[in-house]
Ligand binder design. Structure first.
Ligand code: FAD
Length: 265
């Protein structure tokens, strides 16, 4: 490790002030991606601003047809929230399938979205549910947030404070996971809002994306048979050691069918 300054603000305004004063600062959430990047020298911030003492950034609130989850809420807390399980079980299940216990007890919703790993799970739920990302400056719709691989609409020094998820009629996530890391080789989140279906895919391309063809067919007939013959264009899909583009295209349809079937039982 190399030396860097460490700050631990206790409010969002304190964190903002730290960011404004410092240069080459980085926010630290659970450190699950950032500290690994620092060890590898892929990131060398001069200052870390640890968000873990800011109580207002954690917690799950439910009301008015929405669930608001604080940016510093750990995956384990999302997975074990009884009220979330009642309102958006698909999201709680997704959180419970991230990585392993150690990562789930440290990793955060805000860190995952800001990092925007192309194989991360939360981007699929955030886009699939049509959530809004709330920052210290504004609200950003999920459809406008995920710009590219590890790239988001966040501005320099912008802090994600929470995410607002509309409560769907039903939703589910199915993931074909990498056996070691449990990142998504392909993950598909399906959400239905009074007959209108959204489908978001992670792991398959450089950035999470929606599949309008699946959405259209599922909005007309919510059954796995209705989408079995749909083949997502593989030209923009990833090929790597784990799966080539054709296999990922196949997995998108299969995972979408699995998610739909899990909601029919
Ligand atoms: C072994 C391993 C396996 C994993 N498997 C999976 C998996 O199966 N599925 C999955 O989805 N993920 C997986 N992850 C990722 C993990 O779930 C974390 O969500 C992710 O690493 C982000 O970690 P963090 O929340 O600790 O953020 P950090 O690492 O602390 O921060 C990540 C980035 O986000 C920025 N940031 C953090 N919080 C905010 C904020 N509030 N506002 C603005 N910017 C912010 C930081 O500055 C940094 O750039 C895995 C990670 C590991 C180490």
């Amino acid at each position: 490790m190399y030396s860097f300054k460490y700050q631990k603000p206790v409010s969002i305004s304190d964190a903002q002030a730290c960011l404004a004063k410092g240069s080459e600062s980085k926010l630290l959430a659970g450190g699950q991606s950032l500290t690994a990047a620092m060890k590898l020298r892929l990131s060398s911030p001069k200052e870390l601003i640890d968000l873990s003492a800011i109580a207002e950034l954690s917690g799950i609130k439910i009301g008015n047809g929405e669930v608001t989850i604080g940016a510093m809420t750990r995956h384990a807390d999302v997975a074990s929230s009884a009220s979330l399980r009642t309102h958006i079980p698909g999201l709680a299940n997704l959180a419970g399938g991230i990585a392993d216990r150690m990562v789930r007890s440290m990793g955060t919703l805000g860190g995952s979205l800001a990092n925007n790993d192309p194989a991360a799970d939360y981007p699929a739920a955030t886009l699939g549910l049509g959530a809004s990302i709330v920052t210290n400056e504004r609200q950003i719709k999920a459809d406008d947030f995920f710009l590219g691989m590890f790239e988001t609409a966040l501005r320099t020094n912008e802090i994600i404070t929470s995410v607002i998820f509309p409560v769907p009629t039903r939703s589910a996530y199915a993931k074909f996971k990498h056996p070691a890391s449990r990142y998504a080789t392909v993950g598909v989140f399906v959400a239905e809002f009074n007959g209108v279906v959204r489908v978001a895919v992670t792991g398959a391309a450089l950035v999470v994306f929606r599949v309008t063809e699946l959405e259209k067919v599922l909005s007309q007939r919510f059954s796995s048979e209705s989408i079995a013959a749909i083949k997502v264009d593989e030209s923009a899909l990833n090929s790597d050691l784990n799966a080539d583009a054709a296999y990922r295209s196949h997995l998108i349809t299969r995972m979408a069918m699995q998610a739909v079937d899990s909601l029919q039982a």
